[in-house]
Every structure is written in structure tokens, then in C-alpha cells.
Design a protein. Structure first.
Length: 484
């Protein structure tokens, strides 16, 4: 077992991060992009060393973990490209207008600046993509913030070695010392979260842990933003027309999705809503029965899943369709609405619930029963279900950060348009994402400069734009110089 970070080591990590904050913030976007690309290259080069460690500590298969390394390095390169291109700064310039009504307008120039040192609580279920080299770290570095990662106890050796690879790559590329640090231990993480040098925190984990850490973050003498991804049921709603058109395909796709990664994805579909008389129970049971038993990430998660499954089995109105390597339960909308709190409690692992609805009114009531989720999915046929989709879409939009049509939620593309967040309890702060380029917005704040001389302004806000950074000048996005 890796020992907890000592108080002296924690102080050093926080001091180093604070020392790195100013030079990191002052670095040119293209230079910072080079540092981030160096980290991506180093991760790829170290994959043959890192993946076996991850396999040993997480029980995840090699192919999955190699895919995670590629996702992590690809995500870093995406941020590097966004930095070099310049739009992460979100520059807005309104030149002075003495004739503006009702009062003259001053010269205003707005840019996003980094918050400062960020504390990242690593997740267990993605040892690369949501851990030391994951999206929170990548987005904070892109924003210009030093990062202190609180390692997850589920993969301590991997965390240490990954951090070493990244720190060496940053050092060799010329990044300030202290740009990245690693700490270990639950109490150590809490102490770091309370430290005034930490300016924001990112978290992926359980609802109870996330709520407790959020409370600490917002009740500090100087409260800080806490971006937590906590829990999600990711309901899937299927129309009668979709069942008729491709019922067997839906059954196998659903089972494949809720058992992917032994059901340990935050986007696992926890409930599947089917019309009464759907006729898919046999196919669903067959597909679920073919799922082989597999080890979970660690003993704590396995124990939590076991107790959660025992709890679900005891809920009146739930019956078992299939049990083995994965478990599939069944109920009705009427039973769900009667026992909403018991049934709509997340069970992290290979279990899901089929819910039958007998009318469109029941389907609508089911949608309205949910709290916030990362995703909500509708399977339908456009030729038949357009009006129903239009009716349900606003309700799904109220409850989810990503709404899917004829797909499965397990699979989160890393892109500019991606949103991996949602109303509470899926995340704390539904306007932000933890995946994709705009994840960097969590660790930036806007500053507007009024009537400053050109020679005094930050370089990216000056009249000349030699780097060709996109800037919104008097309402129009352009890469040209500010008109004189």
C-alpha cells in the first residue's frame, strides 16, 4: 500500500503549485500547447509500462486500457490545438464609441484568465481518462492552472508512475516546476481542499463523497468552485415503433451498454423503458445470461455493488429477469412511481432495470420522475415518432446534459461540442462539462480592461494580432487587427 502524503510533502506540493501559477498563467498559448503535447507524447511512449500496472491494479483488460491511454493523449492534443488556435481565451473587444446611446461607450477588452492552482480528485473507473492524466488535469493545464492531483486509492502505483512520466515531460519541455503534483490519502485531499492556495477543484465519484467535498469547498473562508460529477441513471426510452422496427437489436445493444466495463461507467443505462407487451423479455434474458462474470475495479466497489444489488432485490415490485455475470430486473411505471426513491437509487455495477409503460401518459410521467442525469436517450422511428419526440425532448432536456437519439450513452466523444454534465445530482454545476474543450472554462475567469493604453494591455488584447488569434471585435469574430 502506498503511504499517505506527509504534511511536509503536501506543503511542498501546494507551495510548488502556487509558485508555478504566475509563470504558467503568463505563458503564451502556443508555448503552453507545446508543453501539453510533450505530455501526450510521453504518455504514448510509456504505454507499454503503464498499461500492465493498470491491469494489475484495476482488473481491466489490456485493450480497454490502451484505448484509455490513447483517449487521454488525444484529449491532451485536442487542448493543445485549441490553445494554439487561440479561441480558449474567448477574447471580446468593443472599441470606444463616443456616439453610443444613451451614454458613450468606453474601450472594453475582455479575456479569460486562469484561476490558479487546481485540485483534482481522480476517479477509480477510468485509471487514465479520469485520473492523473485525465480530462480535469488536461483542461486545467490548458487553462493555465497548475494541478495537484489527489490520487485514487484504487490504483496508487499507476498514479505515481503516471505522474512521474508527466512531470518529467513537462520539465523537459520547459514548463515551470510545480505545474503538476501528486498527493495521496483521503485526509490529505481534504486538507488540500481547505488550503487557500487551491482556487478550484474537480471531482468524479460518489454522491455522498462529492456532496461532502462540495460542502467543504463552498464553506471555506474563501469559497471556491467545486466541479463534481456524482451519479447518473441515464434512462433510455423506447417507442413502440422502435420495438417493431428493431426490437432484437435494441435488446442486445442495451445489454451490451449496461454491462460495458462491468457496468462501471458513469453513463451506464440504469433503466430501459419499453411499451407493455414489447415481447423482448426472452431476448433480454438471453443476452444478459451470456454476460460472463468479471472482476470489478476493487473490493470496495465490489462490496458496494453487492449491497446495492441486495437492496434492489428486496424492493417490492421488482422481479429478476436474469441473474449471473449481470443482473436484469423488471418493473412497471406504476411500481416505479410508487417506490421512486428505492428504485431510482444508483447501483454502480452490472445491473439495470426494464420498466414497462402502458401509455404515452405513463411514458411522460416516467420521464418526469427523474432528477438530473448526465444523459437521456430516446429510441424511436422518425417517420412515426416525430411528434412524440418533440413532446418529450423539452422534458429530457430539463433532466439531462446530453440527449441521444437511437444510440447508447456509454461512449463519450472528446470534442468541442461534447457536454459531460447535467443537473444535480449528476454534476455540481450543470453549466459545465468535464469532457471536451470547453471543460477548460471551469478553471478560467473573465477580466475586462477598460480604456487601457495599447502598450499596457496584455499582448493578446492589443490592436495588433500577429498570432492571428480569433477575437470578437465589435460583435464580429475576426483574426484581423483592431481597426484604428
Amino acid at each position: 500500500m502506498t503511504p499517505d502524503t506527509t504534511p511536509a510533502e503536501l506543503e511542498q506540493a501546494l507551495s510548488d503549485a502556487a509558485e508555478a501559477a504566475k509563470p504558467l498563467a503568463a505563458s503564451e498559448p502556443a508555448v503552453r500547447a507545446g508543453w501539453i503535447r510533450a505530455v501526450a507524447d510521453a504518455l504514448d511512449a510509456a504505454a507499454d509500462e503503464l498499461v500492465p500496472i493498470a491491469m494489475r491494479e484495476s482488473s481491466l483488460p489490456e485493450a480497454r486500457l490502451r484505448g484509455e491511454v490513447a483517449r487521454s493523449s488525444g484529449q491532451l492534443r485536442l487542448f493543445a490545438d485549441a490553445l494554439a488556435e487561440g479561441s480558449l481565451l474567448d477574447i471580446i473587444i468593443d472599441t470606444a464609441d463616443p456616439q453610443a446611446k444613451p451614454v458613450p461607450r468606453p474601450d472594453l477588452r475582455r479575456v479569460l484568465v486562469p484561476l490558479g492552482p487546481v485540485l483534482v480528485f481522480a476517479a477509480s473507473n477510468f485509471p487514465f481518462a479520469f485520473s492523473v492524466c485525465g480530462g480535469d488535469t488536461a483542461s486545467a493545464l490548458a487553462a493555465g492552472c497548475p494541478v495537484v492531483v489527489k490520487a485514487h486509492p484504487g490504483h496508487p502505483e499507476l498514479s505515481v508512475r503516471t505522474a512521474e512520466v508527466m512531470i518529467e515531460a513537462l520539465r523537459a519541455a520547459g514548463a515551470p516546476a510545480g505545474t503538476l503534483g501528486l498527493i495521496q490519502g483521503y485526509d490529505v485531499g481534504v486538507t488540500a481542499l481547505k488550503d487557500p492556495r487551491i482556487t478550484a477543484a474537480g471531482f468524479t465519484g460518489s454522491v455522498p463523497a462529492g456532496k461532502a467535498l462540495h460542502e467543504i469547498a463552498v464553506t471555506r473562508p474563501e469559497p471556491i468552485p467545486f466541479y463534481g460529477e456524482l451519479g447518473s441513471l441515464n434512462p433510455v426510452f423506447v417507442t413502440q415503433a422502435a420495438v417493431h422496427a428493431r426490437g432484437d437489436e435494441l435488446a442486445t445493444g442495451y445489454v451490451g451498454s449496461f454491462t460495458l466495463g462491468v457496468g462501471q461507467f458513469c453513463t451506464k443505462p440504469g433503466l430501459l423503458f419499453l411499451p407493455a407487451g414489447h415481447g423482448l423479455e426472452e431476448k433480454l434474458a438471453e443476452a444478459t445470461g451470456q454476460v460472463a462474470q468479471a472482476p470489478m475495479l476493487n473490493d470496495r466497489i465490489a462490496s458496494g455493488f453487492s449491497s446495492g444489488l441486495d437492496r434492489l432485490r428486496k424492493v417490492d415490485g421488482l422481479r429478476v429477469i436474469s441473474d449471473g455475470g449481470a443482473t436484469l430486473l423488471s418493473t412497471t411505471v406504476a411500481e416505479l412511481l410508487e417506490r421512486r426513491e428505492e428504485i431510482l437509487e444508483e447501483c454502480f455495477g452490472p445491473v439495470s432495470i426494464v420498466v414497462e409503460y402502458s401509455s404515452i401518459e405513463e411514458l411522460t410521467a416516467a420521464v418526469e420522475a427523474f432528477e438530473g442525469n448526465l444523459t437521456a436517450t430516446l429510441h424511436g422511428e422518425e417517420s412515426v415518432d416525430t411528434e412524440l419526440a418533440r413532446t418529450l425532448l423539452p422534458k429530457l432536456t430539463e433532466r439531462a446534459g446530453r440527449v441521444l437519439w437511437n444510440g447508447w450513452p456509454t461512449g463519450v466523444a472528446v470534442s468541442w461540442a461534447q457536454h459531460h454534465g447535467g443537473p444535480f445530482p449528476s454534476t455540481v454545476g450543470s453549466i459545465h462539462t468535464s469532457v471536451g474543450v470547453t471543460a477548460a472554462r471551469r478553471f478560467q475567469r473573465p477580466v475586462a480592461y477598460q480604456d487601457l493604453p495599447d502598450t499596457v494591455l496584455p499582448e493578446v488584447l492589443r490592436n495588433a494580432n500577429p498570432a492571428g488569434i480569433p477575437r470578437r471585435i465589435n460583435g464580429t469574430v475576426t483574426t484581423t487587427d483592431v481597426p484604428q
